[in-house]
Design a protein around this ligand. Structure first.
Ligand SMILES: Cc1cc2nc3c(=O)[nH]c(=O)nc-3n(C[C@H](O)[C@H](O)[C@H](O)COP(=O)(O)OP(=O)(O)OC[C@H]3O[C@@H](n4cnc5c(N)ncnc54)[C@H](O)[C@@H]3O)c2cc1C
Length: 552
């Protein structure tokens, strides 16, 4: 009955919106069809919003072969959406408990019972392909070979000029999200600053077949005609680093690292010749190279946009933050998308309470700063080459043999320990200020329940997902009120928001709270303490529902 009434209400809302929709081409234009743009498109569809993804590359395979891993808290989110099985099925290896190279110091989580950091190995472009499939099956339009070249906005709409296969054209939407990567033009055109540092080392990374003219020796070294033996492993010269190893598939992996203060054109494709010249500069001689399976060139940056929003233009993913260590960058970006989608949907549909869209900056800028904190610490660990740096690494190695620091650091890398600092959207207005590293390290010290602002505890979610209804609400990105204690009055309060929130009662061992209000992004908006007085719980829930989901 509730479902039918809700569908009718949705139909009414659609009719009300159709007037606006007829004058714009999409609700939200997403610039960039990388993992973050595609994740955003899928999440927007779940919230019944019309996204249009514009991607400059004509084919999915043309994306730079950057990442082959997906790790961090997004894994829990994929589980929550019922998507984890798809990703696990596409993984190239069963995921063992991770050993994470934290700035060159091994963080070995093999002995942890429930490690907060998990990862999947996926070959390029599997992640993008799975996300593309998902966005398209939910009804998102993805236009490949369409490059956004200009943007313009006023109080009512945002417009973009696009260069497509048939020439230049213009589109309008209510909002635009720049998911266009580290060198974002959208960020630049929106006038958003991107402070931070770019480290001078340029990395070139390749997977190549072994050329016929060389012989692979038993210890993995190469015998190169006219040169002799070239060792596997790391070779450091005064010009940089050369690293080489044989993958299980018989493919040769080669990496060079050189300081190039002049920089390079990041849009120019990297070639085997470019890699060959780099090897010659580092080692002082050339080696024959086979056919490349993967070729990339990158620099590490530690930068963060000082605002994630400028009017109707928002940023997510690498456009908003670039981290100087790999492993969880996609997770951070995809979780930006998940945080943003339901807020944008409420703004488009006219139901957003005051400050909701600005809470995106407050929450995800904080999360990005936390990610920068742990990745910049890795830079300090891996770059130092004096005795003091050796001592720092040794101290870390020692600390990381104990379970408690292993757990704490793993949670920090994964982003599993993020607790958003805003108690309500009204408190989340964008200040435009970049928090200092010390702010990013500081934990909220307000009087909220300790779970408020945090990701809903994964073990609890796994326990209650046994109920079909809960699992369906999670998959559909619907907010959930989970009543775990004896509080019939909370169901009555939530009844007034039935259009927005699904209510479930559950019994679990060791309940962490009497009730949890869980947002579509799986973060807890509000929680009732154990054995909370009914009138206190009732007021708390009513306030939280109004603040996060608007008028009943
Ligand atoms: C060598 C390397 C290895 C990495 N390994 C990992 C890893 O193992 N795990 C991990 O989590 N992360 C890894 N990363 C980081 C990861 O690749 C990025 O964090 C992630 O790709 C960011 O996703 P995104 O969607 O924000 O941006 P991108 O993936 O950069 O996508 C942006 C998209 O926008 C498009 N675009 C740009 N401008 C326009 C325009 N004007 N109009 C239309 N389209 C446009 C681009 O073509 C591109 O497809 C690695 C990075 C590198 C360089």
């Amino acid at each position: 009955m509730q479902g039918i009434a809700r569908d009718m209400r949705v139909a009414e809302e659609r009719a009300e919106r159709s007037e606006d929709e007829s004058v714009r081409d999409a609700d939200v234009i997403v610039v960039g069809g990388g993992p973050v743009g595609l994740m955003l498109a899928a999440e927007l569809r779940l919230a019944d919003v019309r996204p249009l993804v514009l991607e400059r590359q004509p084919r999915l395979e043309d994306a730079p072969p950057n990442a082959n891993g997906l790790g961090g808290q997004v894994i829990e989110l994929l589980r929550y959406r019922g998507l984890l099985d798809r990703f696990t099925a596409a993984a190239t290896a069963a995921s063992p408990p991770p050993i994470y190279p934290f700035g060159g110091v091994h963080l070995d989580l093999t002995d942890l019972a429930d490690p907060p950091l998990r990862g999947l190995q996926l070959q390029h472009p599997s992640v993008d392909r799975l996300l593309d499939e998902r966005a398209v099956e939910l009804g998102a339009e993805v236009r490949r070979g369409h490059r956004v070249v200009a943007i313009d906005q006023d109080d009512a709409v945002v417009a973009v000029d696009v260069e497509g296969p048939d020439g230049r054209y213009r589109l309008t939407a209510a909002y635009l999200v720049g998911c266009d990567g580290a060198y974002s033009r959208i960020r630049e055109m929106a006038g958003i600053a991107f402070p931070g540092v770019t480290y001078p080392e340029v990395n070139r990374l390749a997977e190549l077949t072994v050329p016929e003219s060389v012989t692979v020796l038993d210890d993995g070294a190469l015998d190169v005609p006219g040169v002799g033996r070239v060792d596997a492993g790391y070779t450091r010269t005064e010009h940089g680093v050369f690293a080489m190893g044989m993958l299980a598939s018989g493919v040769l992996m080669i990496q060079t690292i050189e300081e190039e203060r002049a920089g390079y054109d990041h849009e120019a494709p990297v070639t085997v010749e470019d890699l060959g010249e780099s090897i010659r500069r580092v080692l002082g001689f050339a080696i024959p190279l086979g056919v490349p399976r993967r070729l990339s060139r990158y620099q590490h940056h530690a930068r963060q946009a000082d605002r994630y929003r400028a009017g109707r233009v928002l940023l997510a993913g690498d456009a908003a933050h670039v981290l100087p260590a790999t492993g969880v960058a996609r997770s951070v970006g995809m979780l930006d998308a998940v945080n943003l989608a339901w807020k944008l949907a409420a703004a488009v549909q006219g139901s957003a309470p005051d400050g909701l869209l600005d809470s995106y900056h407050a929450e995800r800028h904080f999360a990005g700063a936390r990610a920068l904190l742990q990745t910049q610490a890795q830079v300090a660990l891996r770059r130092g080459d004096d005795d003091a740096a050796d001592a720092l690494r040794e101290v870390f190695r020692e600390l990381l043999t104990d379970e408690q620091p292993q757990h704490r650091l793993a949670a920090m890398i994964a982003g599993a320990d993020i607790r958003y600092p805003v108690a309500s959207p009204g408190a989340g207005r964008s200040t435009g200020a970049k928090p200092a590293a010390s702010d990013a390290g500081r934990r909220p010290t307000d009087d909220r329940h300790p779970l408020a602002g945090a990701f809903a505890p994964a073990p609890l979610l796994r326990a209650v997902r046994g109920s079909t209804g809960v699992a369906e609400s999670m998959r559909a990105a619907r907010p959930i009120l989970l009543v775990l204690g004896d509080h019939p009055e909370l169901r009555e309060v939530a009844q007034r928001w039935w259009h927005h929130v699904d209510t479930y009662c559950a019994e679990v061992d060791d309940r962490p709270a009497d009730a949890l209000l869980i947002r579509p992004d799986a973060h807890v908006a509000w929680a009732a303490a154990l054995d909370e007085a009914p009138e206190v719980a009732e007021r708390g829930l009513r306030d939280a529902l109004g603040e996060w989901f608007g008028a009943p």
